[in-house]
Design a protein around this ligand. Sequence first.
Ligand SMILES: [Zn+2]
Length: 336
Amino acid sequence: MALVTLRQALDEARRGGYAVGAFNVSDVVQAEAVLDAAAETASPTILAALAGVTAHASDERFWAGLHRLIDGYPELPVVLHLDHGPHPAVCLRAMDHGFTSVMIDGSLRADGTPSSFAENLAVTAEVAAEAHRRGVSVEGELGTIGGSKTDGSRAAIVLADPEQAGEFVAATGVDALAVAIGTSHGAYKFDTPPDSTVLHMTLIEKIAARVPDTHLVMHGSSSLPAELREQNNRHGARLPESWGVPDSEKVRSIAMGVRKINQGMDSHLAFTGAVREALGADPLNVDPAPYLRAGRAAMQRMVAARMRIFGQAGHAGDYRARSLTEMAVRYSGGNA
Ligand SMILES: [Zn+2]
């Protein structure tokens, strides 16, 4: 049994003074890349999936495949995490399918406008109560992280308010809190290298001081390496120049208290760049296996490198995976 909760993984990360990367996957080939990177570096791992975003015929088939795959890595602590659950019903569906952690993103209303603090708090508390009853961890979001949302629309950045963080955590009991500090989702983040007017890193320290028992999460943390963009563009893509979050800022955020770092886009750039290159290199090939293998290997290399930078490498063996039943007992005691 390799599954652990997000609370377990991030408590361990705090003890060890590192962060755990949450790597988005949308099929089992990408999940294999992340898990092989974790095995290669002996890392605890967060596999993150968005509902409704998969190459498989349905979420349920994809999620069943993830469980079968994870079973093959019994030595690794793995969090199976729902990224950006837009409604309580989606979070419940993920819990029913064995996710050990769910994010409820109450930052936006159904029409894409920012939720009020009270609306966000209410929907997050509802999900947290049910998740903790089941021994599942919960991540909430304070403020609004910019960039592309799952429905393709663009959200404006609303920075997290440290004053509200304490109230939000006290009322909801979330295990982890995504804090909007200026990062964006997607392949187009910043028009210039980000500085302190764009990335508000000191917000992390202010919020961490107010919620000492809750783990902070940085979303939209891909670096968007120029060499990966150029590799894609050499082989048919037309990605405009854009800057992401430099590794140095991620390392700084860990020192300030960030314990979970979300990055999906760098994996996409690595996987798709390698697929484009492999297809271009062999115009007579029609077999999917060679180019998917190239994509998987490139993604594994990128994820393994990030696991070393985040400090999670080498920590897989630190903790005995407690069973979810034991976690449930702990939660009912801690959040009564
Ligand atoms: Zn996100």
